[in-house]
Design a protein around this ligand. Structure first.
Ligand code: FAD
Ligand code: NAD
Length: 367
């Protein structure tokens, strides 16, 4: 009656097993991956439907069953990183013996390309909505107790809403509730909340619907996606972040990660392009961070400043980039990350290449 089964590709073999006590059901997934971590394990349990996904490089392994009996809402996920073992622990609703784990669902025990795995959404509760600027808000969403999901640095999620009878999906990049200012404290990723910094457009149907979402309402949130790899930062000495408008969002977790966890970094520079002073997101926090951490510097560049703006004016250009993006020494290893409106990102990448930076030294955040 045990469910020891495997799914494999050429190089990887995965299997799962399950056992029970009077009150618990434990599902164990053996990945044999040495670098498994919490970001690579996504678990949901809704109405007796259990879904556990493990990400291994560009592949995904899935355990998906209709449970034999009901379980309680809160579940636990334990990961033994060294051996790549994942335990999903469910609490039985009634202390009865289960004859089987449940009925396998269509994609149960499959190991396929991530891109071939359909998106999965869970409903999250809007717990707060706070003002960031005149048109941008910080949305705090709470994951269900029955969900285990951590959005990795540099990745986005999709929100799904029904607008005028049609399902609409748009990507958003989770941020932190605030920038890290005290590097002695490990930063607060409690895992239960997702923070999104979203600009509301007066003629944008999706963000208008978000604007009308009330605290206590629910919205569907997908699994994370994106091709940014933390390892790109881990080895760099100079990190340049070029952000325009809400293109700032991927830079938030990136800044936190770089300044708290990358020991070889000498300089981190954010060049932040906005229309006006009022549009600058988290200006005060960024300035505080620059005062606090000598490695970090921030430059604001406005495309539509008022007369009294003392700082830089303009849009992304070759001369601006050659002025602000410079290696701290001749052979220092650089990473340049860029995000903003598509023309901004495309022009930026081209200018950087013209200035002699290689493809490997540039990461562009795109859809
Ligand atoms: P839309 O109808 O898409 O339009 C918004 C505004 O842009 C309107 O004023 C419209 O007139 C104008 N507009 C539309 N198309 C064009 C065009 N081609 N050229 C010029 N102007 C145009 N946004 C955030 O606020 N925060 C995030 O964290 C975030 N993360 C993202 C991550 C990724 C990977 C991507 C691709 C986008 C991200 N976005 C983010 C943008 C977001 O997905 C939506 O595009 C945005 O919220 C607008 O949606 P909307 O339907 O309200 O407006
Ligand atoms: P915005 O209109 O306020 O513009 C901000 C700055 O971007 C401007 O001041 C200007 O310097 C620059 N800019 C704008 N249009 C430009 C153009 N055509 N050419 C060169 N530079 C230009 O920006 P916003 O409304 O905050 O929009 C932010 C954009 O970032 C959105 O398009 C959003 O989709 C995108 N975004 C992408 C990702 C991602 O791909 N991962 C994440 C977050 C945001």
């Amino acid at each position: 009656e045990k469910g020891v089964l495997g799914a494999s590709t050429k190089d990887v073999m995965l299997s799962y097993d399950w056992f029970q006590t009077d009150s618990l059901i434990t599902i164990v997934i053996y990945t044999k991956q040495k670098d498994l971590n919490a970001e690579l394990v996504i678990v949901d349990c809704q109405d007796k439907r259990l879904r556990g996904e493990i990400i291994i490089d560009d592949h995904s392994y899935l355990v998906e069953v209709d449970l034999y009996h009901a379980v309680q809402e809160d579940l636990a996920v334990n990961i033994t990183e060294k051996v790549g073992k994942v335990e999903i622990i469910l609490k039985k609703n009634d202390n009865i013996h289960w004859k089987m784990l449940g009925q396998p669902l269509e994609n149960h025990n499959t190991f396929i390309k991530r891109t071939d795995r359909g998106q999965f959404y869970r409903k999250c509760k809007l717990v707060s909505k706070t003002e960031v600027t005149h048109d941008t808000k910080l949305f705090c969403l709470m994951l269900p107790k029955s969900t285990h999901l951590h959005v990795p640095t540099g990745q986005h999620v999709y929100l799904k809403q029904i607008i005028a009878g049609t399902e609409v999906v748009k990507p958003y990049t989770p941020v932190l509730p605030f920038l890290p200012l005290d590097f002695k404290e490990p930063s607060c990723h409690d895992g239960a909340h997702i923070y999104l910094m979203i600009k509301i457009y007066s003629c944008g149907p999706f963000t208008q619907a978000l604007e009308h979402l009330q605290v206590g309402d629910y919205i569907s949130v997908s699994n994370p996606e994106g091709n940014f790899k933390k390892s790109q930062v881990q080895t760099s000495e100079d990190l340049f972040l070029l952000a325009a408008g809400t293109g700032f969002t991927p830079m938030v977790k990136l800044l936190d990660f770089a300044l708290t966890e990358v020991s070889c970094l000498r300089t981190v520079k954010l060049i932040f392009f906005n229309k006006t002073e009022d549009d600058i997101l988290w200006r005060n926090q960024l300035e505080q961070l620059a005062l606090k951490d000598k490695r970090f510097e921030v430059k604001f560049i406005l495309s539509q400043p008022t007369k009294d703006w003392m700082g830089k004016e303009g849009k992304i250009s070759s001369s601006l980039l050659s002025e602000f993006v410079k290696r701290s020494s001749k052979y220092s290893k650089v990473l340049i990350c860029i995000c903003g409106p598509t023309p901004f990102t495309e022009q930026g990448v081209q200018y950087l290449k013209d200035l002699g930076y290689s493809q490997e030294e540039i990461h562009a955040f795109t859809a």
